[in-house]
Design a protein around this ligand. Structure first.
Ligand code: NI
Length: 138
């Protein structure tokens, strides 16, 4: 368990007014928690840039009736067993499916895999949520 350290921050007054307004809208009750989250976001972003081991979620929305596409999505997953840790399939409606693929591994590998999935014909939307293993984030 790490301890808490207090430190002073000097900011242009106008910037602080805007910061306070922003964090209030986002539901923060104090500046410290908002600042901690900003720092964490920045560290996670850096993990992705540095090629560290990270966690990501690829969300795919695609046409249920395209069997070829469904096969391709499954084939890609079967050939990346070391990186894909879980997959959830949701039948959104009669025509649309959503697949949430949770990945853990080197950031460039996860980006490549997300690009591969996105480029498949028939994918309506693909997004990559870039998160962290949490190991280095307090
Ligand atoms: Ni489905």
């Amino acid at each position: 368990m790490s301890g808490l350290v207090r430190f002073g921050v000097s900011l242009p007054d106008e910037l602080l007014v805007r910061f306070d307004s922003l964090i209030q809208r986002k539901g923060y009750t104090n500046r410290s928690e908002a600042l901690r989250d900003l720092i964490r976001d920045n560290m996670v972003e850096q993990e992705w840039e540095d090629g560290a081991e990270v966690v990501g979620v690829v969300m795919l929305v695609f046409n249920h009736h395209s069997r070829e596409l469904q096969n391709s999505i499954t084939d890609i997953q079967h050939s990346h067993l070391g990186t894909i840790i879980s997959t959830q399939h949701v039948h959104l409606d009669h025509h649309n499916c959503l697949e949430a693929i949770i990945l853990k591994g080197r950031s460039e590998k996860i980006r490549r895999l997300a690009d591969l999935l996105k480029a498949l014909r028939g994918v309506k939307h693909c997004s990559l949520n870039m998160s962290t293993t949490g190991k280095k984030i307090a």
